[in-house]
Design a protein around this ligand. Structure first.
Ligand code: ADP
Ligand code: ASP
Ligand code: MG
Length: 404
């Protein structure tokens, strides 16, 4: 059975016209002989009636007062509505279809409301429908807990539904349809001349997604990589071929190869830098600092430990409490809120001299100071002031000729 999973994001199902485009993509691939499993996100973005953020806005404090279980019940409605609406439109167009919630599609998760992990997928129900020639429309971003409660998979989690179903069904391909022409060299909202990448490896896109490129959820890429399923990220609204995510060079043949040390640039804002100086006679400084953060579930990043102190970052939302906890423990931390982490990513930089020099050159030319840096063999990270972030992203993008 040749199975294709097609996932359509919020903007792709936001209006009747957009949904007509969705139906065209489904009909085309079905005509090519595929059995189709569709995964949908909630319709539209904040402000649209059934979008995830709009649903959250129904409760004071954007849902902060809801217990996690009930919050997931509310959030799950957006995708359920989208799946039923699309099913109705498909049937009206003469395409037999059925809509399933995540639970009825066999997606079983743990009890981690708000960011549940998929434990198992039982594809029997989907397969039974496909055998009858029916298009199966699954509500993305959700599953069912061992106690039968609806769980959600974390923001952006419909991508994860798509690749998890692809893996469970042995799909030939997973198509992620969105509002941009694929995975671009940087966020197009900031870098307007960002270019679509014809082919990327799982590792590169996973890295970009983890470092803030919102176009695909990193968990979705991990699942596709494990199952060795190729993923195409493409636009619902153009005929562009989009980006192929694969490690299989044979599959990528025919697509142009970009031979550059840097593949793309990603960013995360809303970060605070914390510097803690060692205190004379207290040898347990490092242990105290990081145990304190861990005890209070504060996630730390960009960690730099020397005998004279510790330098690291936390999210702005955790900065105040981190600062207070450190002071209570007898330290005198120096806090710099409002920073951004920029990641320069590329499988091709491994062993290539001069990449860091070009990063420093690009930022120095703009008068931007690097507050901290780190590197692996495929990524160089720099921390800058958030107020410098946009200029820094554009300068780095130009320095590495990513617009060409
Ligand atoms: P969907 O609702 O289709 O899942 P998302 O909003 O989750 O769409 O992701 C698509 C958006 O991701 C794009 O509109 C774009 O603004 C943003 N984005 C950020 N970084 C990148 C990147 N490197 N390539 C493409 N899009 C990116
Ligand atoms: N609707 C959910 C969100 O906005 C899931 C998704 O779009 O993938 O996070
Ligand atoms: Mg998304």
């Amino acid at each position: 059975m040749r199975i294709l999973v097609q996932k359509f994001g919020g903007t792709s199902v936001s209006s009747p016209e957009a949904r007509e485009r969705v139906i065209q993509h489904i009909v085309r691939e079905r005509g090519d002989g595929y059995n189709i499993v569709v995964v949908v996100s909630a319709m539209g973005r904040k402000g649209d009636p059934y979008a995830t953020d709009t649903l959250l806005g129904l409760v004071r404090g954007d849902g902060d007062h809801l217990p996690p279980r009930e919050r997931d019940m509310l959030l799950g409605c957006g995708e359920i509505i989208a799946s039923a609406v699309l099913c109705g439109m498909l049937n009206a167009s003469g395409v037999p279809s059925v809509a399933l919630t995540g639970g009825s599609a066999g997606i079983m998760t743990d009890e981690g409301f708000g960011s549940a992990r998929i434990k198992r997928v039982n594809p029997d129900s989907i397969i039974a429908h496909l055998c009858r020639g029916t298009v199966v429309v699954v509500a993305g971003f959700q599953g069912i807990s061992p106690h039968g409660d609806l769980t959600t998979l974390g923001r952006g989690g419909s991508d994860t539904t798509a690749t998890a179903l692809g893996a469970a069904l042995g799909a030939e391909m997973v198509d992620i349809y969105t509002d941009v022409n694929g995975i671009l060299t940087a966020d197009p909202r900031i870098v307007t001349d960002a270019k679509p990448l014809p082919v990327v490896s799982y590792a590169e896109i996973c890295n970009m997604a983890r470092q803030g490129a919102k176009v695909i959820h990193p968990r979705a890429v991990e699942i596709a990589q494990q199952a060795r399923i190729p993923v195409r990220v493409r636009s619902t609204f153009t005929e562009d071929k989009g980006t192929l995510v694969t490690d299989d060079l044979a599959l990528a043949s025919g697509r142009p190869v970009r031979d550059k040390p840097v593949t793309g640039i990603a960013h995360v804002s809303g970060i605070s830098q914390i510097a803690v100086k060692a205190i004379e006679g207290r040898s347990d400084m490092q242990l105290q600092v990081f145990q304190t953060m861990a005890r209070h579930h504060i996630s730390v990043d960009f960690i730099n430990v020397t005998p004279s102190g510790a330098l690291y970052t936390v999210f702005d939302k955790d900065a105040e409490i981190a600062d207070r906890l450190l002071r209570e423990a007898g330290f005198a931390p120096v806090l710099v809120p409002g920073c951004a982490k920029i990641s320069v990513i590329g499988g091709g930089m491994n062993g290539q001299p001069g990449v860091m020099a070009r990063i420093v050159e690009a930022l120095t030319e703009q008068g931007i100071s690097i507050m901290q840096s780190a590197d692996s063999n495929t990524t160089i990270w720099v921390l800058v002031r958030e107020s410098d972030m946009v200029v820094a992203l554009r300068a780095l993008h130009a320095k590495f000729d990513l617009h060409i």
